[in-house]
Design a protein around this ligand. Sequence first.
Ligand code: FPP
Length: 236
Amino acid sequence: MSEKKNNLEHIAIIMDGNGRWAQKRNLPRSAGHKKGAEVVKEIAKEANNRGIRYLTLYAFSTENWNRPKEEVDTLMGLLRQYLKSDFSELHKNNIRIRVIGERSMLDKDIVAQIAKLENDTAQNSGMVLCLAISYGSRLEIVQAAKKIAALVKKGDMSESDVDIKLFSDMLYTKDIPDPDLLIRTSGEQRISNFLLWQSAYSELFFSPTLWPDFTVRELDDIINQFNSRERRYGKV
Ligand code: FPP
């Protein structure tokens, strides 16, 4: 890796291309998701080894609920499996797990597993692996606005208290710094309702690689490119 230039605390990834990876091999889409989930474990372990403090992965969006039931079931099945057993390996690596998203839409057993994993790993001092599950940025922002409106209505807060810091604290990502680097795989160049507020000043990288083929080597390469970018945050 080249010498560190920019501070890189938080990487966020839109893991796209599982379906196309499977299609290219004449496999069912579920095979792509399965391989994609293996890559999640590897990238999380290696990001932690590289001293990254936060890694946020878009695992399931609020819009993904509209996919065929069979595919939703596959993704929820994988999640169940990973929350129950595979992520315990990450726990051993001192990684802390956190989940952002609309839990009310998830099955009760998955919500319980998430709470258990968050609790079991809460004292870990390594990287925070933040999984965006049933996550949609617009919904997150609407929920934050509703919370603030309710507090103002109750008289617990006045309109003049509302500023950027307070609004940020109403989001699922409270206490998580904004991503420095946002990567999307598979060649698509859009944000797809992911961390819209939080990515205001993130550096964006679009990789042509399909997520199941994404490697630690490519991550290192992107980090090197990130280090050579000049971040100005609107200043000169
Ligand atoms: C996008 O590929 C990917 C998803 C909708 C889900 C991402 C899920 C995983 C990587 C596996 C599960 C994760 C965990 C944490 C266990 P796509 O299906 O939209 O691909 P396509 O655009 O090629 O069809």
